[in-house]
Every structure is written in C-alpha cells, then in structure tokens.
Design a protein around this ligand. Structure first.
Ligand SMILES: Cc1cc2nc3c(=O)[nH]c(=O)nc-3n(C[C@H](O)[C@H](O)[C@H](O)COP(=O)(O)OP(=O)(O)OC[C@H]3O[C@@H](n4cnc5c(N)ncnc54)[C@H](O)[C@@H]3O)c2cc1C
Length: 567
C-alpha cells in the first residue's frame, strides 16, 4: 500500500533522473523485483555522472595495471582526480560505498583491496581519529596523489589483529618525540597492502609514556622520502606471490627505533599535554573499538563488494547459459533451460536480493553515524558484522553452486570465475568471520547475564523464533559456566562447544536478517567484469616511478611452490 501511494512521486523522480538506459540489462531486470526497481529509481542520485566518470578513470587502465607499480600509479591517478574525496566518507558516505560497489562490478581484485585500504583504512583513519590539523593534511595527500597504508595486523596476531598489538611507541619528553619499535619478529606488521609503494602509513602501536602502557593508538608516519626510498629504520619484505591479486603489493614491515614527531599521534581522542602527560580529548575514551571504527566501514564495503561481484558473475554466466546449446532428449536446448541451472540461478538471485535488502538497510543506518560523526550503537555494530559474515557466505556458496552447473566454462579465463578466490580474502579481511561470530555469541551471553535467569527463561517459553535463540544462549551459558574465569578451562569448554557457539551466532544473524530495516542499492546491477590479468612483471619493483625498490629487503631467489623466481 505504502508503495502504491508513493508511485506517482517515484515515477516523477525516476523520469527526472533518467538513469543511463544502457546500464539496464535484461539480466538486471530479471534478477531484481519490481519493488526493488521502484526503490532503485526513487533514490539513485547521480546528477554529476559520478558513476561514469569514476569508471572512466579505472576501466581503460585496469587491464593494463598488471603489477603493483602500474596498479599503484592507477590509484594515484584516481586519488588526484578527486572524483571521490577522502572526506566523502563523512560528507557523502553513499558515494564512498557506491565507489566500492562500482569497482566490484568491474571485478573484485587486488585493485579493489588497494582502493579500500587507501580510502577507508588509511584516509578514513585520519578522518576518524585525527585532529583538525591532521585532517587538513588529507587535502594535500589528495592533491599530490599520496599513497598510504594501514599497519595493524602483526605476524603473531593473525586474525586477532587489534587484540594483540606488540609494536611499541614510546614518548620521550626530553626530545619531544616518539620511538616506534618492533620488539620481535612476531610483532612485525604483516600482510600490509601497499607496503611497497606507500609514502605514508597509519600505524597502530602500544603508546607508552614513562614505561606505562596506554594501549593501542594510531600514528601517522612517513615511510618513504621524495625519491621513494624507505626512511632509516624501516624494513619491508615481500609477502610473496598469491593465487590471485598479484597486482597488489603486500609487505611485512619492521621498525627499528624509528623517531616520530609529536604530531604523529592521531589526536582526536587522546593527546599529550605540554608536560608530556596523557590526556583524553572529549567524552570518548581512546580504545581499540574506536580504532575499529575503520574496520566497520571496511566491513560494510567488503560485504557490499562481495554481493555485487557474486551478482555480476551470475549475470554473466546466465547470459552465457542463454546462448550455450546443449542436447536434450528431443533435440537441442539451451543450458539456461535446464532445470538444475534455472534452480541455481533462481536460488542465487533470491539469496542475493535478500542479502542486498538487509545490507543496504545497514548501510543507511551506518551513513547516519558517519555524517554525524557518532560511534554506531552495539546493535548496529552487530548488524554490520552480520552483513559481512552473511554476504560473504552467500556469495561463496552461490558462486560455488553456479560453477558446478556450467561445465568447462567455469574453468575459463575472462568468465569471472578466475576471481572467486577474492571472496576468501573477504572472509578474513577487516574482521575474520569466525572471530566476528564468536563476538556475537559472547555479547549475547553477556546480555543473558544482565537479563537474569528468570527473564531468560520467560523468553525461552515464548515459543517464538527468538525463544530458539534464548534457549541456545542458555544452553551455551550452562556449558561454559563451570570454566569460570580460568582461561585454559574456558578455551577447553569453548572447543567442546564450538558448534553451539557458531549456532548461536547463526540464530542472532537470522534475527537481524528477519527484523532489520530493508532497503536496496540505489544503482542498477551492471556486469562490467574485466578479465583478471594473467601477465606479471617480476621486475616491477625496479620499474615503479615513485616508491621504487630502494631499501627493499631483497632476497635473490624466492622458492615458492617449487618455482624459483628471481626478483
Ligand atoms: C591480501 C591481504 C591484504 C591485507 N591487507 C592488510 C592491511 O593493509 N593492513 C593490515 O593491518 N592487515 C592486512 N591484512 C591482514 C588481514 O586483515 C588478516 O588480519 C590476516 O590475513 C589474518 O591473518 P592470517 O591470514 O595469518 O590468519 P590466521 O590468524 O593464521 O588464521 C587462520 C585461520 O584460523 C582461524 N582462526 C585463527 N584464530 C582463531 C580463533 N581464535 N578462533 C577461531 N578461529 C581462528 C581463522 O578463521 C582463519 O581462517 C591483509 C591480508 C591479506 C591476505
């Protein structure tokens, strides 16, 4: 009814906006419901032609950006174009998320990771954690096409990045400077995207004043000088060749007593006073969750990117299947007409539509916080985690179901199937799905404790979908109860109840998916997939203009998978 009442207005808006007609493909129409379309047309604002201008910058050159040197140059160009400003995450978050989705429609690949590290993790950290002077630097970075990386993960920490931070940053009042240091190999920053090319970095380290730890804080630092050489005390090593996305450089990074100036500390939430004492700035206390805000926007962007890439893969495969001739009992027929093929497509589009409705609803709520500069509520933080876990799960499962029904086509290059490993990368990036599931379950148990046994028992008796969740929480609580605060016992109890932990997380996710506000991505789904690159210049480190190989820790030979590659 509501939709019917809004119809005249929607049509008017739709005709004014005149979305580019060539962007609507037959497939798009098939896979999106009418209601979805009406919503799409009512909210898509692209008056300045952002979509086409943004795609123009990347589309032509992406196939040529075969190695990190070329790929980073392309990103510099995109940054300098100012089509997407670093401050848009706050001023126009819709545009920020749209840019991620557009890139995924071209192909979820190394460039997509590079892009999100630059705009979300690096620039977004300065925007979210920096004081006004530090934020002002973003204009300079944008003008110069400065590349930045985000150094959080440590070798030992792995998926627990942020929870384990052993890199130290000690304040010295006499010299008015910090000393950034990697105390052991296990504390080396690991997998750092753009670590070979970035001039700047936001590094997360334990801030210590007079030997007292104040926990992880973010510091903006210079990694390379004008000529691209690493500054003294900084050492990087290549993480090696990946199964995919070798257009992205990933580095392990060590700091050997590197001096940083006072202004390196991103000081929106915490600072040092004239006497070098630690001071809180404003109401919010600096803690890992505050740093983690960047991971929230990243999670949302990754969830959306996974959905779009799965959808365009389906669209491309459906177009192929509609022309591919197979043989049936009564003669030739198309692959698309086969019942199992239809079933996979129908189930996939239904699952993708449903995840899109939920995820875009989450984005709308997150955008409000980004505009207002507020920290999302715990409920929204959960919803973002669920969007990330579920979108990636659905994308992986549906792409896997699809590839099993199309014969040899699934093995071929330029079909989009060569990119599916990127979905694995989505699974552990910016909050590993398993760790997020554990957090959902843990928070639910805390809620149970707060709620009290009587109230929890009443929820169980409600015989609703929520009562299944309440029962699962009660059961799990009783299984973990005897461990108390003994960490070894708790770990053993968690190991014994691991299925129950993830089952509870699934029920929480189901509730959010059922009850969360729904929306839709404003732009039409368009297959713009470009084939993943197959060539790679192994000498790229010597050929990059800025951020060249001086200071690299180079090994003469890398032995990997029985392959000896001279670098
Ligand atoms: C291409 C790429 C780019 C990246 N870019 C950056 C970057 O720019 N900056 C940055 O800071 N980091 C970056 N990372 C790091 C990334 O975000 C992850 O933190 C990191 O890859 C995880 O470590 P690991 O791969 O060693 O996984 P591990 O920690 O070795 O985990 C392996 C598996 O074990 C499981 N596991 C581990 N511990 C637990 C546990 N306690 N409970 C349950 N399951 C567990 C995980 O689910 C995972 O599947 C990047 C990683 C990649 C691959």
């Amino acid at each position: 009814m509501l939709l019917l009442r809004r119809l005249p207005r929607l049509r008017l808006v739709a005709s004014r906006m005149a979305p580019l007609p060539h962007m609507f493909t037959t497939n798009t129409k098939r896979c999106l419901s009418t209601e979805h379309h009406l919503h799409v047309e009512s909210t898509f604002h692209d008056e300045l032609g952002f979509t086409e201008r943004f795609l123009d910058v990347v589309r032509n050159d992406l196939p040529l950006a075969t190695d990190p040197a070329k790929s980073s140059q392309l990103l510099r160009r995109l940054v300098k174009s100012e089509l997407l400003r670093f401050t848009d995450m706050r001023a126009a978050p819709e545009k920020f998320f749209l840019a991620h989705r557009l890139l995924s429609s071209v192909g979820l690949n190394g460039f997509g990771v590079r892009f999100t590290v630059q705009f979300n993790l690096f620039a977004g950290s300065i925007l979210g954690l920096g004081g006004e002077e530090q934020i002002a630097l973003l204009d300079e970075f944008q003008r110069d096409g400065t590349l930045g990386c985000f150094l959080l993960t440590e070798k030992k920490a792995g998926v627990l990045s942020g929870l384990i931070v052993e890199t130290t940053c000690d304040w010295c009042q006499a010299t008015e400077s910090f000393t950034l240091h990697t105390p052991s190999d296990s504390a080396a920053k690991n997998w750092i995207s753009q670590g070979f090319v970035a001039e700047r970095g936001v590094v997360i380290a334990d801030l210590r004043i007079d030997g007292k730890s104040h926990g992880p804080h973010a510091f903006l630092m210079t990694l390379r000088g004008e000529g691209g050489q690493l500054l003294p005390g900084i050492r990087v090593e290549d993480m090696g060749y990946k199964t995919i996305a070798n257009d992205l450089d990933n580095a392990r990074v060590w700091f050997d007593k590197v001096r940083l100036p006072r202004k390196a500390l991103l000081n929106k939430f915490a600072d040092l006073d004239a006497q070098g004492r630690y001071v809180q700035v404003g109401e919010e206390r600096m803690r890992i969750e505050v740093i983690g805000q960047r991971l929230l926007t990243g999670r949302q962007a990754i969830a959306e990117a996974a959905l779009v890439s799965a959808r365009v893969l389906h669209m491309r495969t459906e177009a192929y299947a509609s022309k591919k001739v197979c043989n049936g009992l009564s003669g030739e027929r198309t692959l698309e007409s086969m019942p199992q093929m239809r079933a996979v497509l129908d189930e996939s589009y239904a699952a993708l539509d449903s995840m899109e409705a939920f995820t875009s609803g989450v984005e709308e709520r997150l955008n409000e916080c980004l505009r207002a500069g507020t920290i999302p509520s715990p409920e929204l933080v959960d919803a973002i985690a669920i969007a990330k876990i579920k979108c990636i799960d659905v994308a992986i499962q549906r792409c896997h179901a699809l590839r099993q029904e199309v014969g040899s086509y699934a093995l071929m290059h330029a079909t989009g199937f060569e990119l599916v490993d990127m979905l694995l990368c989505c699974k552990f990036a910016e909050g590993d799905s398993r760790i997020l599931q554990q957090k959902l379950a843990r928070d639910r148990l805390k809620q149970l404790k707060k709620q009290g046994l009587a109230s929890a028992a009443a929820s169980v008796l409600g015989m609703s979908a929520d009562s299944r969740e309440a029962l699962a929480a009660l059961r799990l609580a009783s299984q973990l109860h005897s461990a108390g605060r003994d960490l070894a016992k708790l770990e053993a109890a968690m190991d014994a109840s691991w299925r129950e932990i993830y089952h509870l997380a699934d029920l929480i996710a189901e509730r959010h998916l059922r009850e969360g506000p729904k929306s839709a991505f404003p732009e039409p789904a368009v297959d713009r997939l470009l084939p993943a690159v197959t060539t790679f210049d192994h000498e790229w480190k010597g050929t990059s203009g800025r951020g060249d190989d001086r200071g690299f820790e180079r090994r003469d030979t890398i032995e990997r998978r029985g392959l000896s590659v001279v670098v």
